[in-house]
Write a new protein. Sequence first.
Length: 314
Amino acid sequence: MRRARQRNTIKVEPLRAWPTRPSEIAAVCLSRNEVATLPEFLKHYRRLGVTRFIFLDDASTDGTRELLLAENDVDVWTSPVRYVDAKRGKLWREALFNEYGLDRWYLNVDADEFLFYDGCGGHSLFDVVEVLNKSGIKRLPAPMIDIYHSDDGAAVGGDPWKAPHLFDAAGYTAELTKRGISIKGGPRRRIFGETNELMKYPLIYWDEACSLGVSIHQPLPYTRNFSPIWGALLHFKFFGDYGTKIEAAVADGQHFNGSMHYRAIAEALRKYGKIDFVFEHTTRFQGPNQLRELGLISPIDYQGHRISTKAALL
């Protein structure tokens, strides 16, 4: 594989890796005990056209690493440092971009994030990249939309993937900043009063000018963060047995500010026994057409490559 200029000194080590072609859209992912969601994750992105997955596994103990190593289209990397010491994974991602090369498109996601965009049932990521290239756009913004379930849905066969996928269809705010478009809201704000940034850039053209900078939510250069074409990342933090994962995150202490966000959720779970996420604007997920109609993703004209100058949510 072609190595680009080393942009940081973090060490990543391959358990298994092969060269990729620059024409491939490789998915760079971080994983930590994600064995329950990985089969659906891999299936989803294979349908979208990903032919190589590049995982940095952060000391998983639940069989995640073994599952990944059993897949022929997955490269697996490790690191002697943990998530917090890699600046919450940013340095790992940049190191992997360096390993696999500059001047190419990457899918840049976590193992609990599922990208949807207008037409994704019939158009691959290659089609999206073609539109972005012809429009002079180098990133696809996508806010995280937290997915949750009702109490009844949580118990369906003990399998969270058989439960209804519920989400907040309203209650988001958008603001233009000098670093990009800021999106906040969802259940984390209305239940916990948090102001987490939801915007991410899961499809990104990585070249010499790029850096994840201060935050993965605001990559450099900032001028590339203002795109009229949006997708959405369905985020499965609050799905399935999330209580166990929250407690594990608290004990691990690898997240921002001593895992403060996870501590707040864990405290609520201990106090109330459960969290009722459902409210008046809770909606069952029905597909990308629904997200477009709600204004959570933007329309894409694949034939004429015409794009709206009005971004979703604004």
